[in-house]
Design a protein around this ligand. Structure first.
Ligand code: NDP
Length: 535
């Protein structure tokens, strides 16, 4: 069944009234609140600066004015390099099916168990304030406040990604952001990169398909995307992928409707999420897992740790796990959404990492980002603070002391102080056997088939979506140099002859002649990169 698409006005569920964007937060207080300085001293007048005479000048001794100016100048923190523009809400996760045969994670310990959580959705490339309804992957980051620590599942609305090696990530993002001179988003930069990285074809096909522009954050699926591991109470490890399917149904915005919407409302996703929750119409998603044993991983036709690939549902069926409901808006956007900090490294006993190279890169990079953007004590903020008890020997840092956790004596280990935090060996993860391995920079393109799954996705689309996909792609490629167009056409033809022909024809090229491009070597031996390097 094809996804629901919409070329009508984007109003639904009270998110917009009478066609106009809905505005204004609830007003709770009717009593007067005394205005004070940051130190709590009463302020008598905040409308008139202190001046020498009616016409000025303003006096240095107007310290209340100075305080307001200085505090205002410091209202912004660095925005996220990616996923800067987002929306968030609190909710509850409830287990509906027993998966304890795979994991000892306390969040999944029994059917009916509820865990508080927070979700942040986002677009990727746009800066803070960018239009929500842009064509872009969506971030789908979840924080579960479990009784054995915070578990963050930092996913996207797609099960795959553009690159499989973390060394390529930063360059990929540069190609998607702004040109360093023109300061414009630049089709040629984007397609130059993609045409040189055939591993991105699967995700490119997704992005330019209808799901590349969800109608709202509520109408899209979420995917953990990476392969993680689960460890059960007997210490047995299984590889796992997480899926969250929207119970609202998949709905996407067609390009014309999106253009109209953006002209009227740049915050359409934020408005929809906030007011839907405010109205008590709580969105829900059903969580599923796919599991794969070590033996299956050894014989699986794809590298199960390659982020550019899915595990076919036919081979690894979805197993239901539970229900996530978002039911409470944050009180303060900046405190709770802008400063929400998600880490793929926030793992709990029973849920672990995998050899996925991109995951390995993210295990470090997210934490590093928060330390830079928010500071060493970012976990003391309400939205990030674990509900589980926190005891360790990490100390001090900027804004230390926002919580009482992790303070006091002793601040070293080992120690012989009664009651001081001690490791808990019963939580030891089983060892990983990685065999007799070589350390090297292995070619992340060699021996990879980047076309079959991209072709499968293309063939899964109905006629209308195939047409829209190839029209959107041709519209962008039309702005690129012919060598880029040819490299990219070669990829489409390799994935599916019909895919290549449709793009070629829409570019008003000779599709029969272009079909020869499928013979081009875009292999993993560096041929593509060399072709690019040779003038
Ligand atoms: P299946 O037919 O078993 O699964 C197809 C999946 O694709 C379903 O999860 C479905 O999601 C989703 N889907 C349906 N239509 C579209 C569309 N127009 N655009 C994007 N996704 C769509 O096939 P396989 O598991 O063998 O996968 C085939 C292809 O489907 C893959 O190459 C991949 O691109 C895509 N896919 C696979 C997923 C996986 O985890 N195996 C997940 C999502 C997509 P839903 O049921 O929610 O509509």
């Amino acid at each position: 069944m094809s996804d629901s698409t919409d070329d009508r006005a984007p109003s639904e569920n009270g998110a917009h009234e009478n066609g106009a964007p809905r505005n204004g937060a609830q007003r709770k207080k009717s009593e007067q609140t005394p205005l004070t300085t940051a130190d709590g001293a009463p302020i008598a007048d905040n409308q008139n600066a202190l001046t020498a005479g009616e016409r000025g000048p303003v006096l240095m001794q107007d310290v209340q004015l100075q305080e307001q100016i200085q505090r205002f100048n410091r209202e912004r923190i660095p925005e996220r390099v990616v996923h800067a523009n987002g929306s968030g809400a609190y909710g509850t996760f409830t287990v509906t099916n027993d998966i304890t045969e795979y994991t000892r994670a306390s969040i999944f310990s029994e059917v009916g168990r509820e865990t508080e959580m927070f979700a942040r959705f986002s677009t990727v490339a746009g800066e803070r304030g960018a239009a929500d309804a842009e064509r872009d992957p969506r971030g789908f980051a979840l924080k579960f406040y479990t009784d054995e620590g915070n578990w963050d599942l930092v996913g996207n609305n797609t099960p795959i990604f553009f690159v499989r090696d973390p060394y390529k990530f930063q360059m990929f993002i540069h190609s998607q952001k702004r040109h360093p001179q023109t300061h414009l988003r630049d089709d040629e930069m984007q397609w130059d990169f993609w045409s040189l990285c055939p591993e991105s074809l699967h995700q490119v096909t997704w992005l330019f398909g209808d799901r590349g522009r969800p109608r709202t954050y509520r109408h899209m699926n979420g995917y953990g995307s990476h392969t993680y591991s689960l460890v059960n109470a007997d210490g047995e490890r299984t590889w796992v992928k997480f899926h969250l399917k929207t119970d609202q149904g998949i709905e996407n915005l067609m390009d014309d409707a999106a253009a109209e919407l953006i002209a009227e409302d740049r915050e359409s996703h934020q408005r929809d999420l906030f007011y839907t929750i405010e109205d008590g119409d709580y969105p829900t998603w059903t969580m599923y897992i796919q599991v794969m044993s070590h033996e299956e991983a050894e014989h699986f036709e794809w590298n199960p740790f390659d982020l550019t690939k899915v595990w076919p549902h036919g081979d690894f069926p979805l197993i239901e796990v539970g229900k996530m409901e978002l039911n409470r808006n944050p009180d303060n956007y900046f405190h709770e959404v802008e400063q929400a900090a998600f880490n793929p490294s926030s793992l709990v006993p029973g849920i672990g990492a995998s050899p996925d190279k991109m995951l390995q890169g993210r295990l470090m990079s997210y934490q590093d980002t928060h330390l830079y953007r928010i500071g060493a004590n970012y976990r003391d903020l309400k939205v990030n603070r674990p509900k589980a008890e926190v005891n360790n020997y990490m100390r001090d840092g900027q804004f230390g002391g926002m919580s009482e956790e992790g303070t006091g004596h002793p601040n070293y280990f080992p120690n012989s102080v009664d009651g001081a935090p001690r490791p808990q060996p019963e939580y030891k993860e089983p060892a990983w056997d990685i065999g007799d391995v070589e350390v090297d920079r292995f070619n992340s393109r060699e021996g990879h088939d980047d076309y079959t799954q991209a072709g499968a996705l293309f063939r899964l689309m109905d006629e209308g979506e195939k047409d829209r996909l190839t029209t959107r792609i041709a519209g962008k490629l039309d702005h690129c140099r012919s060598e880029i167009v040819e490299r990219q056409l070669a990829q489409f033809y390799k994935a599916d002859d019909d895919y290549g022909r449709r793009v070629s024809e829409k570019l008003e090229r000779d599709a029969d002649e272009d079909a020869q491009l499928a013979e081009r070597d875009l292999g993993g031996d560096g041929a593509v990169e060399r072709a690019a390097a040779t003038p």
